[in-house]
Design a protein around this ligand. Structure first.
Ligand SMILES: *[C@@H]1O[C@H](CO)[C@@H](O)[C@H](O)[C@H]1NC(C)=O
Ligand SMILES: *[C@@H]1O[C@H](CO)[C@@H](O)[C@H](O)[C@H]1NC(C)=O
Ligand SMILES: *[C@@H]1O[C@H](CO)[C@@H](O)[C@H](O)[C@H]1NC(C)=O
Ligand SMILES: *[C@@H]1O[C@H](CO)[C@@H](O)[C@H](O)[C@H]1NC(C)=O
Length: 352
């Protein structure tokens, strides 16, 4: 076996994955999603919040050019992940469903833009905290028992993949702009606070039956177009301070996750790195088929997101496929495709 390299082993696993997906059989029964705007598929649409994206030009490259509440021109990395797992539909935004029943059998999306590990972040923007997202998931479990029976529901719950993606809003939409936080805590201390909340969240999700959890790292926060504009002191380069904070958080996330996996039996908890792949796209765009990484497509591309990215924004690009970022904070569909392919590789332990 020694001559079989890790690389070949991964290739083998990927072929196995692709083969099974081609047969039209999803690799896991369901996909449940928690977190912030990186994965929100429209849960904020009917909330009293400014953090929304259910209007053009959001969604202009999505099915039927539909703005759904995804913070993107098209698909999120989570959507590509659902496709990679063999699903033919995306987990629906739980709060947008008129009826809740069989449509939850393949999973659901509970994420909310501007939410985070730190509950006050969600409160600040009237978004749904992770704690509330878990309450919605509990309600969803009861519905599953109703439509599939206790035994089937329990195999869906234990066999499902749970994707968790949060922390960006805690830093960019709270810590960095909130003197009550940045004057009191260093970024390192704030990361420790987030880790305490993360630990409790994972323990609670596990207690509800989750056994396969994938958690994304922070992206290179200092390379987000709006972050360069706001914190970059007139340079167009990524902001080192923010990137270092993200890397430090990611190291803690990795250690904390390894400890949780030891503590909670039968749990697979994979850390899915989006820092490095997104950093590569930003610093070496042309090698990856992109040509614009400083400016986002929407508006001036320097700052706009949510309600500031709208059909009247001046300067929106005609075609986002060569842009790494769609708006000031969020990757384009084309970049999300690249990120999702990396997620599949770093999350292989969840499906093998
Ligand atoms: C449980 O799943 C089995 C196999 O998929 C199916 O035949 C059965 O009808 C399901 N039970 C309920 C109560 O839906
Ligand atoms: C872990 O898995 C084994 C084998 O499936 C099972 O017997 C045991 O009850 C599980 N433990 C927990 C805490 O889920
Ligand atoms: C997490 O730690 C492991 C082993 O210490 C390392 O191989 C891996 O690259 C780390 N992952 C991230 C996302 O930092
Ligand atoms: C955008 O450009 C790509 C090639 O760069 C092309 O394949 C695609 O059709 C274009 N999309 C639109 C909406 O024009």
């Amino acid at each position: 076996m020694e001559h079989i390299s890790t690389y070949n082993f991964l290739t083998f696993l990927l072929l196995f994955v692709v083969f099974n997906v081609v047969k039209g059989q999803p690799l896991v029964p369901a996909l449940f999603i928690f977190g912030d705007s990186v994965v929100d598929a429209g849960n904020n649409n009917n909330l009293y919040t400014i953090v929304k994206s259910n209007f053009p030009p959001y969604g202009r490259d999505f099915n039927n050019q539909m703005p759904t509440g995804r913070f993107c021109n098209g698909k999120l990395a989570a959507d590509f992940t659902a496709e990679n797992l063999g699903f033919t539909t995306y987990p629906p935004a739980y709060l947008n469903l008129q009826e809740k029943g069989k449509n939850l059998l393949n999973g659901a999306n509970f994420a909310s833009g501007a939410s985070g590990y730190f509950d006050p972040t969600a409160k600040l923007y009237h978004a749904i905290s992770l704690e509330q997202q878990l309450e919605h998931y509990k309600e969803c479990q009861n519905i599953l028992v109703g439509v599939a029976g206790k035994s089937n529901a329990s195999s869906i719950i234990s066999g499902a993949i749970y994707l968790v993606s949060a922390g960006s809003s805690d830093f960019v939409q709270n810590y960095y702009i909130n003197p009550l936080l940045y004057k009191v805590f260093t970024a390192d201390q704030f990361s420790d606070i987030l880790m305490q909340h993360y630990t409790i969240f994972i323990q609670n999700l596990y207690a509800l039956g989750a056994r396969k959890i994938g958690v994304t790292t922070l992206p290179p926060l200092g390379c987000l177009p709006a972050a360069i504009t706001l914190f970059g002191s007139h340079s167009n380069e990524c902001v080192d301070r923010l990137n270092n904070d993200a890397l430090n958080f990611n190291t803690k996330l990795n250690t904390t996750s390894q400890n949780l996996q030891k503590e909670l039996s039968n749990l697979t908890l994979a850390v899915l790195d989006i820092y490095q792949p997104l950093h590569d796209l930003v610093t070496k765009p042309t090698e990856n088929g992109f040509y614009e990484a400083r400016k986002a497509c929407c508006g001036t591309g320097l700052i706009e997101t949510s309600i500031l990215c709208n059909k009247d924004s001046i300067g929106t690009c005609a075609n986002a496929t060569e842009y790494v970022f769609w708006d000031g904070f969020h990757p384009s569909e084309a970049a999300n495709k690249v990120l999702a392919d990396d997620l599949l590789i770093s999350g292989i332990s969840l499906i093998s």
